[in-house]
Design a protein around this ligand. Structure first.
Ligand code: PHE
Length: 467
């Protein structure tokens, strides 16, 4: 065990940390997932609930996780345990969540890499929606090709985590995140000036409140966890590398804002394009891969933009999956005393096996269903709709009732040197509002009740063992 390792790595600079934490938050969740679930759950109505959820839950939990991590200077499990020895299960649950997300995340990352090459060859770029849709379906339903690209994605991922925290993650994020922001702005200008884009803009930005129901609220809340990397110890782990002098508050505000900016821009690029080209907004996980190539076909130098876009999407996916792998790896290093190389290798193999099952569920294994869903959807459901919200409830209860407000506020305010006017509100949110609110949405919005109950049983067994 390395619980009191004085030589633990620190972030090279403040901006390095912001980029790395934002790099974890900003990923496929923002660019691939957000536009398609917004399309599926009613456009503006979803966006509206999502923003509310971010405002109430996002900031609050982000700060909560940073404070737990920085206080203990340990990765998730150790962090909870150091504050209260009975609570290591809350961190362990995050490790479990990371496995489920890593059971499908690299597949989408792989699609993105393959689209870099398909853009270079020009194969994907077409203004004919049938062609772009076909190219996508052919790719994901194959047996070997998507798995091949998943492997490439995982190799890049493993390489960076292998190099350790500062060198790999920080360097990559610093250059590439700003490029992504700029490219999204350029693309938004292009789609918004396409004929027919106004309808999409209206769909995206004008909430139709009659569409809001339990399912929409749960989807929006679950996505705010996913998108901000909350509820699974990731921000606890990243916070643990943060220096005691840093201002947690400003970080907990900046990162959700950056994250929301990217998701919002991605929606602004994709949904108007959906309408301009006559796609359906609820066409699901293929949305980015199907609509954008059509947009590129209308741009001067569209091919170059396409290559650039998929490179940046891949990088955004990598900086997120790095953080997922890092949660698992740092658990094995901090708690089991494993070497980094052994931890990386062992866990990557398990994740890869999950990925194979998930990838095949888009093609040859499409008929294998549990609780009505294929493997990819099951992993996503268990992680996003069950584990992350429950993780969020645990973090809230932990700070509100276990660690206690006095100590938590000491940590957040750097022992009183930073002003936190809303400190009491923050604590009250964690203590009373969030646990009940998240639970209520969770119960009210759950659609697949059998799968939810199944996941809860797994969690209960896991918590029992990990206690
Ligand atoms: N936030 C990442 C995204 O939006 C996904 C993620 C979830 C990363 C949980 C780490 C932890 O793509």
């Amino acid at each position: 065990m390395q619980e009191n390792n004085p030589k633990r790595e620190k972030w090279g600079s403040k901006i390095g940390f912001i980029f790395a934490a934002a790099g974890s938050a900003i990923g496929l969740g923002n660019i691939w997932k957000f536009p398609y679930i917004a399309g599926e759950f009613g456009g503006g109505a979803f966006v509206f609930v999502y923003l509310i959820s971010l405002g109430i839950i996002g900031f609050t939990l982000m700060l909560a996780e940073f404070s737990i991590g920085r206080h203990s200077q340990l990765s998730a499990v150790g962090a909870f345990r150091k504050i209260n020895s009975k609570w290591s299960f809350a961190g362990a649950l995050g490790v479990l969540t990371a496995f489920f997300i890593m059971g499908f995340y690299p597949i989408i990352g792989g699609w993105s890499i393959s689209y870099i090459f398909k853009s270079i060859s020009g194969e994907v770029i077409s203004s004919n929606p049938d062609i772009t849709a076909n190219t996508f379906i052919n790719l994901i339903s194959g047996v070997y090709t998507p798995i091949f690209w998943t492997i490439i994605f995982m190799i890049l991922n493993i390489g960076i985590v292998f190099l350790g925290i500062g060198k790999g993650i920080e360097k990559a994020s610093k250059i590439l995140m700003p490029s992504l922001f700029i490219l999204l702005i350029v693309l938004a200008i292009r789609t918004l000036t396409l004929p027919g884009a106004e309808k999409g803009l209206e769909f995206y930005l004008k909430p139709d409140f009659s569409k809001i129901n339990g399912q929409v609220i749960l989807a929006a809340m679950a996505h705010s966890f996913f998108s901000l990397s909350l509820g699974m110890g990731c921000m606890v782990t990243y916070g643990s590398y943060l220096d005691k002098k840093e201002n947690l508050l400003s970080n907990a505000v900046i990162i959700p804002l950056l994250d929301t900016f990217v998701a919002f821009m991605a929606g602004l690029v994709i949904l108007p394009a959906v309408f301009a080209f006559g796609f359906e907004p609820n066409s699901g996980p293929g949305l980015v891969f199907i609509t954008l190539p059509a947009v590129f076909s209308t741009m001067p130098a569209g091919q170059i933009f396409a290559v650039l876009f998929f490179v940046l999407l891949t990088v955004a996916a990598l900086t997120s999956s790095i953080s997922l792998l890092e949660v698992v790896v740092s658990y094995f290093i901090d708690q089991k005393g494993w070497k980094r190389s052994k931890a990386v290798l062992f866990n990557s193999i398990i994740m890869f096996i999950l990925c194979i099952a998930a990838s095949l569920s888009n093609g040859v294994w499409a008929n294998i269903k549990l609780f009505g869903l294929g493997f990819l959807d099951i992993f996503d459901y268990i992680a996003s709709y069950v584990l992350l919200p429950i993780g969020g409830i645990f973090v809230s209860i932990f700070i509100g009732w276990v660690w206690g407000q006095k100590d938590a506020l000491q940590e957040v305010t750097n022992n009183g040197t930073i002003k936190f006017r809303l400190g009491k509100v923050w604590v009250a949110l964690l203590k009373f509002v969030l646990p009940l609110l998240i639970l209520a949405v969770f119960i009210y919005g759950s659609v697949n009740i059998p799968l939810t109950i199944f996941s809860l049983v797994i969690i209960a067994i896991f918590v029992f063992i990990a206690r």
